[in-house]
Design a protein around this ligand. Structure first.
Ligand code: 3HC
Ligand code: NAI
Length: 699
């Protein structure tokens, strides 16, 4: 049982105790129900307080139970709330730290609520693709007014208790406690003071109306439609809250239930719940325990002030950690600092950064041409040219100058981190920190674990990632790590599709309709087609048997590197980013087909999407099998946070699970029969084949 029962004189205190956040799982609900029964059956008890142990009142329904019979097993949350409402003795919720989702809904069933300042109050269900399903959409409007409640429900964002307490006419909190420390004592005293109050007040009995009901809800619907493309939950939140203003409370509750049951079964909700856990799972490394000692990171050095070095530095400056940047020449330093300055100034102009914060960040930045000035940094991140020879010199120098215990990281996107580590006498201190461009914006950080990387180094980098607000995912060492190794296969398929009859815009449109932020060709034009060209040249030596379409090379031979040269797969007008279909490129592709003797065929969008996405899935399965990623959900996080994979589909591996691995394998067998494709690649990865045959999933 995960709720404790204790008497404080004539007041019974029921304390939910289900770490980490007192999720209202089955055992906690049983604990609450037993406590309520016991208090109501004890003549010496005059009033009841419900509160939470540890760091929350309650974080809501136990997300782990979703989709399992336990979620609805009696007493379900509705039954517990009904027990609270119908308690003979007043029930007071003593709220602190976190009252979210079902936790807030439970408190709304209580006769009274007292809150500590600083508590985060939210109905965040929409972020999991559902809506509050235990009366939240019916009760919150009754205590906060329709508009405030709807805003909270549609956004899911937490609001601090003291702010809510100041809203005119609010009935959410009957009282604010002076502090969290005094909350329980004040709640007990308050409970005692209302022990004889009858009838007991119920939120469900409060009136609920909006003066311009129809017009307001129409407005809300339009707003939500624009914001929540591809996600069904926000619009359903509006429907449910509207129901709270129309007719009987019980009818509104029934409508809420109906919408909740609908939403919980949608693939979008499954995707968002998957992401919730995937994000938290990614921060854990199976063989690195949570209590692994960490090194202290109080200062950072960055080698190279180019595209990546500047963005990387900004992450640490934003977190208040001083950064020293080293370059080969003063001009390069000046250019790098000017770019950082420009980025911050743009934020100030947009009102996203206060000018005193800007000054504070810039004051943490220093520059040098001399390695000796870096020697005391706790972490150094190398972001110089992507050439092993250059990296070798840098790491040999770092090994010679850096203090013992400093972490030596490389931002390499393709090179062998083990080899880089071997340039030092301290390979245990070497790790890959692969940021994504623009490094100050993109959430993803691939943490590349070398064969000898120390566990304390990994633990330190993972927790540092949290501090700089990155989603860190651990990858083993291989060419391209998780993300780029997979994107290589996606890009190869995009090329083959051109050879077979598609145009760049058809491929881009199809995958953008699937939900990707940008198709492969628009992406290539943005990132620079010359980068892939250089990688293919290197691969041609290392993997001479790898098949590619020649179209991308031909494009580069024409000097069409993308937006930076004003032309790539598309044409660009100066100063604009709109991709204009290029007749020249279409002709180049047609000529190429003629050279190969290919008769173009009409390719359906469905085939385009399947070939691109299943290419990710098959390589993802190999990556899992090779132990490069520890979980399928880690791969999903990489794609969601670094490659623009649509959030509502939950990442490539979850998408494959949802399509059904059997169907994925069937599609791959079809692609194998295509004479223009790479039949060897489409051999389903053994892990995928096995899971499909056993009717299992990746996740
Ligand atoms: N159920 C189960 N576990 C939960 C949980 C929940 N509702 N909320 C958080 N957790 C777990 C996390 O998985 C994590 O576990 P781990 O340590 O094993 O990885 C742990 O609690 C800590 O979570 P965070 O790392 O997120 O800790 P923070 O302190 O940063 O944040 C929080 C705490 C604000 C509560 C945040 O976890 C959060 O936003 N949780 C989600 C709350 C939520 O969505 N509640 C609604 C649930 S749906 C519902 O109530 C339906 C109802 O209407 C019927
Ligand atoms: P860049 O060319 O913009 O910047 C590199 C900088 O390093 C230049 O300013 C150069 O003067 C400096 N430099 C070169 N050798 C040096 C040395 N010996 N000592 C000190 N400074 C030196 O390159 P970019 O794009 O910033 O890439 C840097 C690294 O980051 C590469 O390893 C690259 O693979 C990786 N990377 C790049 C991404 C991108 O999208 N550009 C994404 C992720 C990783």
């Amino acid at each position: 049982m995960t709720a404790e029962y204790k008497l404080h004189g004539d007041v019974a205190v029921i304390t939910m105790n289900n770490p980490p956040v007192n999720g209202l799982g089955y055992a906690t609900r049983v604990g609450l129900a037993n406590g309520l029964d016991r208090a109501n059956g004890d003549n010496s008890v005059k009033a009841i307080v419900i509160t939470g142990a540890g760091k929350a009142f309650s974080g809501g329904a136990d997300i782990n139970e979703f989709g399992s019979p336990k979620a609805s097993a009696e007493p379900n949350l509705h039954s517990v709330i009904r027990m609270v409402e119908s308690s003979d003795k007043p029930v007071v919720a003593a709220i602190h730290s976190v009252a979210m989702g079902g936790g807030l809904e439970l408190s709304l069933g209580c006769h009274y609520r007292i809150a500590a300042p600083g508590a985060s109050i939210a109905l965040p269900e929409v972020k999991l693709g559902i809506l509050p399903g235990a009366g939240g959409t019916q009760r919150l409007p009754r205590v906060l007014g329709v508009e405030t409640a709807l805003n909270m429900i549609v956004s899911g964002e937490p609001v601090k208790s003291e702010l809510l307490a100041q809203l005119p006419g609010q009935k959410l909190f009957d009282r604010m406690a002076a502090s969290q420390a005094s909350l329980l004592e004040e709640a007990i005293a308050f409970a005692r003071s209302v022990a004889d109050a009858r009838p007991l007040p119920l939120v469900r009995n409060l009136p609920c109306k909006h003066p311009q009901g129809d017009a307001y809800f129409q407005f809300a619907r339009n707003m939500v439609k624009g914001m929540a493309k591809n996600f069904p939950a926000p619009a359903k939140c509006v429907d449910a809250v509207e129901a709270s203003t129309q007719g009987r409370f019980e009818d509104g509750l029934a409508r809420e239930r109906e919408l909740f049951v609908y939403l919980v079964q949608t693939p979008e909700s499954a995707a968002l719940r998957h992401v919730f856990f995937a994000e938290r799972a990614a921060s854990k490394i199976p063989d690195v325990p949570a209590d692994t000692p960490q090194r202290e990171i109080k200062s950072v050095a960055v080698i190279g002030a180019g595209t990546m070095g500047g963005g990387i530095s900004m992450n640490f400056l934003n977190a208040g950690i001083p950064v020293t940047v080293l370059e080969m020449k003063q001009e390069a330093l000046d250019r790098g600092v000017a770019t950082i300055r420009k980025n911050y100034e743009a934020q100030v102009k947009k009102g996203k950064l206060k000018s005193d914060k800007y000054d504070q960040r810039m004051s943490l930045l220093s520059t040098t041409l001399d390695y000796k000035e870096l020697k005391d940094a706790d972490l150094v991140i190398e972001a110089v040219f992507e050439e092993m020879g250059v990296k070798q010199k840098v790491f040999e120098t770092l090994d010679a100058v850096m203090k013992p215990g400093a972490i030596l990281a490389s931002n390499t996107s393709t090179l062998d981190v083990n080899k880089i580590a071997s340039f030092t006498k301290r390979p245990q201190d070497v790790v890959g920190m692969h940021f994504f461009s623009p490094a100050n914006v993109m959430k993803l950080l691939e943490v590349v674990r070398g064969a000898k990387t120390g566990k304390d180094v990994l633990a330190t980098v993972m927790s540092l990632a949290k501090k700089i607000k990155k989603t860190a995912v651990v990858s083993g060492v291989c060419d391209g790590f998780i993300g780029n190794r997979m994107i290589e296969q996606y890009g190869r398929q995009a090329g083959f599709l051109l050879d077979e009859g598609a145009t760049p815009q058809q491929v881009d449109k199809a995958i953008e309709k699937f939900g990707f932020a940008m198709g492969p060709f628009r992406m290539g034009d943005l990132a620079g087609n010359d980068i892939g060209w250089a990688i293919r040249k290197r691969r041609a030596v290392e993997h001479p048997n790898m098949l590619y379409s020649r179209t991308a090379d031909k494009l580069c031979e024409l000097g069409r590197f993308g937006q930076k040269t004003g032309a790539g797969w598309y044409d660009y007008q100066s100063g604009k980013r709109d991709a204009i279909p290029s007749q020249l490129v279409v002709k180049m592709i047609e000529d190429h087909r003629k050279e190969l003797g290919i008769t173009p065929r009409k390719i359906a969008d469905e085939e385009i999407v399947q070939r691109l996405v299943f290419a990710l899935v098959n390589e993802g399965a190999r990556i899992l099998e090779d132990g490069i990623a520890s979980r399928a959900s880690d791969i999903d996080m990489v794609y969601l946070t670094g490659y623009g994979f649509p959030l509502y589909r939950g990442g490539p591996m979850l998408y494959a699970d949802q399509v059904g691995l059997f169907n994925v394998v069937q599609a791959m067998k079809r692609f194998q029969r295509n004479p223009r494709d790479d039949a060897k690649f489409w051999e389903p990865a053994p892990l995928l084949a096995r899971l499909a045959a056993e009717g299992k999933t990746f996740n």
